[in-house]
Design a binder for this molecule. Sequence first.
Ligand SMILES: *Cc1c(COP(=O)(O)O)cnc(C)c1O
Length: 376
Amino acid sequence: MIPFNKPYLTGNEGKFIDTAFQKGKFSGNGYFTQKCHTFFEESYDFGRCFLTNSATNALEMAAILCEISEGDEVILPSYTFVSTATPFAMRGAAIVFCDNSKNNPNIDAQQIELLITEKTKAIVIVHYAGMACDMDVIMELANSHGIIVIEDAAHAITSKHKDNYLGSIGHLAALSFHETKNVSCGQGGMLIVNDETFCERAEVVWAKGTNRLDMERGKVSKYEWVDYGSNFYPSEISAALLYAQLEKIDFIQERRKAIWEVYQTALAKLEEKELIELPKQLPYQTNNYHIFYFLCQSNEVRDQLLEYLKTNGALAVFHYLPLHRSPFIEENNPSTKTFPNADKFAERTVRLPLYVDLEIEQVEKISEFVLAFFGV
Ligand SMILES: *Cc1c(COP(=O)(O)O)cnc(C)c1O
């Protein structure tokens, strides 16, 4: 069976973890954490970076920094991973869903304005498959209404909107290094603080609500509880693992691109015959080859195709179950609106295996199975 995903190891992970042991400080915010922060700040023009244990954690930090509380509204797409929403729901915000675009799974920027009220505190957007949302419209709208933009850039490492890296545009942003993402350390994430007014509190929230970082700089002689916070640092072992991956990021991206392009070329025939829809790249987007996906013409065909591929030895998957239909929302805040595009992507999306060690012959084989399913 060809798995859907297989974590890639560069070969340097063990060596770097050994170095972390030799440095004698494993608990976090040490040598490798600093190296990762510097790498991101210098390579992608990010603001202050804070490694966390997950993107979910980074979004939880964002919710604390935005001072989300009961009575606030947060706008986000329905077709996304649950972690785009839970950090804000957990702090009492009402989640206001916006439909996804008709032609791609990003938030429909044209519909956001209709959803803004006096209670809107933040907009959380997701760059699906690392393909940028319409950031010109979103930033302009948010800035004119005094609303904070948080980029859920969990898919989006190395990708851009025009000339700007994703994660460098919103007031705050989150990356994920979960094992299924392009660069991974098992579990991991990072908060990016682009709006400097959040920096001082971010240091405190990251350090369990204390001014410990000020003590480490010699600014205060003891550290104490000064704000909300939690234990958001990953250990140095995770940071060492992540740094080994970051060193090889160009190679990782090159391999993913090669695989993605084989699928795209092989399946173009199916699109010509209007059997599937392939993703379209808009002029302001780049592709970081995080996901190879396409849409079937119906939910029945999609499910049959997944079954067919499994029978033939390849594990393809679908995602996401739209959040507006989730048991949590149905119980706590049932939506009276419909989200036809979110439903469409949930019902018809297929994701094919895509990982560094996937051989080109295997990619060709999977493509042939897909063609055979459609009788092409
Ligand atoms: C993976 C993912 C997350 C969560 O990332 P973790 O690091 O696993 O917490 C959040 N949002 C999106 C869109 C994701 O794909």
